[in-house]
Design a protein. Sequence first.
Length: 452
Amino acid sequence: MKRRHALKMIGLGGAAAMLAQADHGRAESGAAGLTPAKPPEIKLGSIDLREIEAIDAHTHERTFLTASKSNAVYARGFADGGLPPGQFPEKDALRDRLIPAYAAHWEQMPPQVGLRNYIARTYGVEPTRDNLDAVIARHPDATVYYREKMDYERIAAVVLQSESTDPVRPKALFPDDRFVWTFSIGPLIQPGWARDRGITEIDAFKKALLDVVTTCATNGCRGIKLPIAYYRPISFRKVSRADADRALKIALAATPSAFIEGRAPIYDDDKITAALWAYEDYLLNALFVHAGELGLNIIIHVCVALNTLLRADWNDPRGLYHTFTDAAVQAAGTRFVLIHSGYPYHHHVASFISQFPNVYTDLSYISHHPGTLEEVLRVFLGLAPSDKIMHGSDFSGPEAFAYSVDNERRILAKVLADYRDHYGWTDRDCERMARNVLSGTARKVFNIPARG
């Protein structure tokens, strides 16, 4: 469906009052049939932010569920993440106790409150869990639903992280002409992946890994994702081939005490953990160069929030200076995208995107938290060019990723109003910044062609 959208960006107090009045009017109308209403306006002079297309630079795709069912899945996952890995006698009882606590916790998190209110504004219903479920359940065809929401919020394309270890374009629920894809390398650097393939030497491991990356590029992949901040630091030392080979043999011979997310091994002996990280560093440094030569982005998770597996020490990005200034990486022209804004290290990420022409960031996950999003946007736009910043959601449900861009347009409007009214920026400057953040940067970084 094609709709004209209007978002009026007129100064902070006036915009806030107008949005509140428009939203209240729709909620009070109680429109039957759950038909989406025309969104409220946010403009900067003659610039309509809803007429600026969006690109979601980081999405996932999971089983299509109502909000209640998906929240139950999340609650169980959060509970597991909050417990020590591996089995122990009390684990099931502790998990059962934590699940309702996490479910209640998640229900009141900003993404859920914001999503319920987005449903109220859009469909003219009360902001309840039942109404959110009803909106989702009325769409039997997921691909039609995705296209409907993408058209409604003018989302031209999404960058979808493949959930498969097969390096081919995924068969996604998203409309085939509306997504490009990235590939997660996390499972492929683990000892188990090498063992399953009979690999015992670091040279053979490196070749196998880089061959997969080459296949990704051949099949149209746009980037290689490193999710490793869930189970180790994102600082990569230079390791010699001989040291990496010795480290690999140590890791292959060791028996893990447990696994994180079913993949990454945990060892009781710190020396074995050090060996694991050493050979991984060797492989990853080779990956960074090879990806640059192939024109693939390196996408690194940097964020600490919600999931207790995400530790602040493992997500500290300051060690990335060694990678960004590496001569071989620079010669290869590798581009790095630090996703989720790096929060709470977003000040460091702002420094990176101001210092390095090949380093970018996105606002995925943070885009669902209006207060934090405003803080992060002000830090990024205050220090770095807007063509280093991208919108993203990090979510999979149609309403959730639609809410994400609605929220980002609202917060971007508030921030850019200050640039125009108090910082001396022109309307043209503000329009350029909005276009870059909403879609221009992602289109450039992920090589997304314009729609005909």
